[in-house]
Write a protein that binds this ligand. Structure first.
Ligand code: RIB
Length: 312
């Protein structure tokens, strides 16, 4: 039986429009249509893992508005246990303003709302939960204190802690990063993290994602899985690094592709797949997600990922 995953993180309603180009600073562009799509890095990862057959619970917070029920319904519909998502009065549910351009690239503004209340105090109240799970998945759309608390509380208990270092608006202590099992940045997040931990290194490794990840993993004593978009992904333990090739697909929208990768990687490990198998599976899942619009609307089923993983 697959091991159990707890996702601690954000839930957002994504307000999405499509435009030919993303607006530059000071520029106004015309968007086509407006869609309300369930999102939030935490919720996206929970839905994606559940759709891939994992046993998933989510710990998070929603506000006192209509978005809350819609987000929870979508999680439930995918098979996520939502009993630990708590409402809070007087705040809005998290939201994200997303513009997607003709190449499928996006720009996103997140309004944290109730996600701010998924704080250290809330996690302390719910910390008894942690012991029931084998995998703890975290991202950076809830307060940093909460992320730190969850890592400190679960490190050393034989659990696998997976930290998706996104969005890169906050910076975690090196000491904390060293306690996770896997860090999963994209290439921008990797470069920023490298620059922060090796400030004197200048541009020595700029552009060499594999070596930057290896050096970081070596320094932190953890494993790092870097997503490289169409170029695939790299897994390194600080000694050995393996590159997993991406698939050439027609990109429609990259929103939540990273969430999909993270979830598929963890769901695969939880089901007993080896690390290389899990990386290949996660690559396949993300390759499907980018061919579809939206966050949770783009997340593939187990049958779809299995087919792509085995046949392409
Ligand atoms: O990773 C994609 C997500 O980032 C979107 O769903 C949006 O809500 C933001 O949190």
């Amino acid at each position: 039986m697959s091991k159990k995953i707890l996702v601690i993180g954000s839930l957002n309603m994504d307000l999405v429009t499509e435009a030919r180009e993303l607006p530059a600073p000071g520029e106004t562009v015309l968007g086509r249509s407006l869609s309300y799509i369930p999102g939030g890095k935490g919720a996206n990862q929970a839905v994606a893992a559940a759709k891939l057959g994992a046993r998933v619970s989510m710990l998070g917070r929603v506000g006192a508005d209509d978005f809350a029920a819609r987000l929870i319904d979508n999680l439930r519909g995918a098979g996520v246990n939502t009993e630990n998502i708590k409402g809070c009065a007087g705040v809005n549910t998290g939201a994200a303003l997303i513009c997607v351009d003709a190449r499928g690239e996006n720009s996103i503004v997140v309004i944290a709302g109730a996600n701010e209340k998924c704080d250290e105090a809330f996690l302390k109240e719910n910390s008894a939960l942690f012991e029931n799970y084998d995998y703890i998945m975290l991202q950076l759309e809830i307060p940093l204190g909460a992320v730190g608390y969850a890592i400190n509380k679960t490190a050393g208990l034989g659990k696998t802690i997976v930290l998706n270092h996104a969005p890169m608006t906050v910076e975690l202590d090196e000491e904390l990063l060293a306690k996770v099992s896997y860090l999963t940045p994209n290439e921008n997040e990797l470069a920023r993290l490298y620059k922060r931990l090796f400030p004197a290194d200048g541009r020595r490794l700029a552009g060499d994602n594999v070596e930057m990840a290896r050096v970081l993993a070596e320094r932190l004593g953890i494993k790092i899985a870097v997503t490289l978009g169409a170029a695939g992904a790299v897994l390194t333990d600080g000694k050995n690094s393996t590159h997993f090739k991406g698939r050439q697909v027609d990109v429609v929208d990259t929103t939540a592709a990273g969430d999909c990768f993270n979830a598929a990687f963890v769901a695969a490990l939880a089901s007993g797949k080896t690390e290389p198998e899990a990386m290949g599976f996660a690559n396949a899942a993300a390759a499907i997600a980018v061919t579809r619009k939206g966050a949770q609307t783009s997340l593939p089923s187990l049958a779809e990922v299995d087919f792509t993983y085995r046949n392409t």
